[in-house]
Structures are given as C-alpha cells and as structure tokens.
Write a protein that binds this ligand. Structure first.
Ligand SMILES: [Fe+2]
Length: 386
C-alpha cells in the first residue's frame, strides 16, 4: 500500500519536548560560557598554497584581503571582518582552527575560565598572532577540536554593493562548520553548555543519534556534529544568494575540466531545507556551497528530527549520498600543530544502516521494501550497482 503524499507534510518528527540526552556527558562547568555570536572563520592548513589559492580565488572567487608567502587571508563579499578563511602552508592538510567571534572582549576571559574548568588545554594569543584579529583564545576542546574565540577585529570594506565584483557563483557569507565526532549526544551536551541549541537531528527508532545541527546565530546552524571517526572536519560551508549561483559553479567547473572537484550535488537538503553543493579542494578539504535555509531566532524554534531511514533527509529529491561523503574528512591539529589521533565511532554508522549490506531506506514511511522501485534500491544498497 502506498501512503498518499500530503503536500507540506514531509513527516519529520518534532521533538522539542524530547531532547537528545547523553549517557556519558562531559560535566557542565560552573563557569558561564562565552557569548558566541557566530562561526567566523576556519584556518586550513594546505600543502600547496598556490594550488589552493587558485581553487579558492580563481575558481570560487573569494576575495584576498591580505597574503604573504605562507598565508592567504580570504573573505566573502558581504563580510566586514578581515577574513572568513585562512589558507596556511604546512606539511599535513588539516584544520588548525574553528574560529568563533564572541560579543565582548570580556567573553575571552569567560572562554578561559570555561575551558580551564573542563581541564582543556587553553592558550591566550596576543593581538597580531593572526592578521586582522585581536587577542584570541585557542583551546583543544573536550572533543579534541581546535576551537578559537576572538572579539576584536580589523574592519575591512564590506563589498556587498560592489556588483562589478560579483561572479555568477559569488560567495557572500561563511555559513557553518561541520565536525565529525564519534559520540554525537556527548558532543551535543557539551555544545549546549557552550550556549548552542539544536535545530535539527537525525536519529533512529532506538534513539541512536547520527548527526545534530546546532546554532548561535539565527540560521539552521553554526556547526553540525556528524557521527563518525573523529575528531575530524567534515566541511566548511559558504553561503551564496540563489540556487542559480550553485548551478553556475558546476557549469564553471565543467568548463574548466575540473568537474572532479564536485563530490556530491547539486541538490536540495531535507535537513536544513537548503540547496547545496559539495566540492573537494586540492587537498581534499570538503567545501559546501549553501543557500536558502530558514530563520531560527525565536526561543521556541521547533526542533526537527529526521528518521535515519528516510531517504529524503540528506537529499530531498532522494538522490544517493556518495560513500566518500560519509567516510572521508580532514584531520584536525592540536595547539602544537600536530594531527589529533582519530577515535573510531562505536555507535551504528549512518552509511551502514542506510546503504550498507544490511541497510534500508524508504521514500514513504510504511511502504514495504519491495515498493521501492528496483532501480532506486540499486541506488541505496551497496553492491546493487553494476
Ligand atoms: Fe553543511
């Protein structure tokens, strides 16, 4: 039997009254968390600075604020702080910092107290350590990620009205980070202590949590916690204004014979409702181009939970997720610049429960497995492909 499709009824379950709970939470510090405004920039270590500059500047048209032999500071067209992305030349491709802007200089003291109480390694870095940024606090957080907090910045020109600089795929804002971590409920509990709120998540009927999207600014997220071997960086995402900008990036990559930079998409997400495209840079760092998610600024913004077996959760059109998207991610560095060891996830893997040998997915909840067209089953079961 086929469930009738009800327009406007995508059937995610609203779970505001049933929050994600961790069985082994990181203790909540007594110290108040810093007041985080938004994700602000990512510092990426790249192995060939020229090749990476070519990708981010010549292909994606990010704006160079400043550069030298070792480092390129880049920003999007609507940004007024010095940079949204730092490319730093180094021996191992990795992420050196997930950086957040905080509301006041005093919030740096709060960050120090919060992470010191958690027993984390904490370093204050003087103004000038990174160009365009005042004093900052860098930590190795309880999940193993290099987090940074700063307030003071050098303002640069917001280029929003410079339409002569816009290209068909113009990137306008940094939108979010996405982190891979083995224990999503534990990560969510810590991030809630840090002041983040869950917007959407993916679970199964047994309550296993596969991913959670968390916000400070009033969009769907500033970062997401994706279940997998970690700590690793899954992707960094930049916003563009319209869907057609994403299609233009695809056309441009094709024209440049660089379509192999496209890993997944373009498509429409179920989670977040945004239009998306995933690219891989010359080092394999994953970059998402993202547009048209929704406003989340009210205090009673409803949480949306998706069933891991709903094959419209990650692509609203039901297109398959490529296995590399589930398995590959970038290393992250400790405060000495050494790669953090990766710890395996022990909970079920989203790839295995959806497209693995024992996995299954549905288009309409309640359908019998044989009601999935055979050509669609081939999309979702590894080994069904030619
Ligand atoms: Fe994303």
């Amino acid at each position: 039997m086929t469930t009738p499709i009800t327009p406007g009824s995508p059937e995610p379950v609203v779970t505001s009254d049933d929050p994600i709970r961790s069985s082994s939470p990181i203790p909540t510090p007594k110290a108040a968390p810093p007041d985080i405004l938004r994700c602000a920039y990512m510092e990426l270590v790249v192995t060939d600075l020229k090749r990476s500059r070519d990708f981010y500047v010549d292909v994606l048209n990010l704006v160079v604020t400043e550069e030298d032999e070792e480092t390129v500071y880049l920003r999007t067209l609507e940004e007024f702080i010095h940079h949204n992305l730092v490319l730093r030349k180094g021996p191992v491709a990795a992420v050196a910092a997930f950086s957040y802007r905080v509301r006041t200089p005093e919030d740096l003291d709060k960050a120090v107290a919060f992470y010191t109480e958690l027993g984390c390694r904490v370093e204050r870095r003087a103004e000038g350590w990174n160009k365009g940024i005042g004093e900052s606090v860098r930590v190795e957080d309880p999940l193993g990620f290099p987090y940074e907090f700063f307030h003071d910045v050098e303002h640069v020109e917001r280029l929003a009205w410079h339409y002569e600089l816009y290209t068909p795929g113009a990137l306008v804002r940094l939108d979010h980070f996405n982190q891979v971590t083995p224990d999503v409920p534990r990560a969510v509990a810590y991030m809630e202590d840090l002041g983040f709120r869950v917007t959407e998540d993916i679970q199964d009927e047994a309550g296993t949590v596969y991913a959670a999207w968390m916000r400070r600014k009033p969009t769907v997220h500033d970062t997401a916690m994706t279940g997998g071997d970690g700590p690793r960086m899954h992707h960094v995402a930049f916003a563009t204004h319209e869907k057609h900008n994403i299609l233009s990036i695809c056309d441009k990559l094709g024209a440049l014979r660089r379509s192999d930079a496209i890993e997944r998409g373009p498509g429409r997400h179920g989670v977040s409702n945004a239009f998306y495209l995933y690219l891989r840079d010359p080092d394999g760092h994953r970059v998402e181009v993202y547009t048209q998610d929704y406003y989340t600024g009210d205090p009673d913004n409803p949480v949306v939970t998706w069933d891991v077996h709903d094959n419209q959760r990650r692509d609203w059109w039901g297109n398959p997720v490529v296995p590399s998207w589930y398995t590959e991610a970038s290393l992250v560095l400790d405060l000495d610049g050494k790669p953090k060891p990766v710890v395996a996830r022990t909970d079920s893997s989203e790839m295995e429960v959806t497209i693995g040998a024992d996995g299954f997915s549905y288009t309409r909840k309640g359908d019998e497995p044989e009601e999935m067209p055979s050509w669609k089953q081939g999309e979702y079961k590894l080994g069904h492909q030619l």
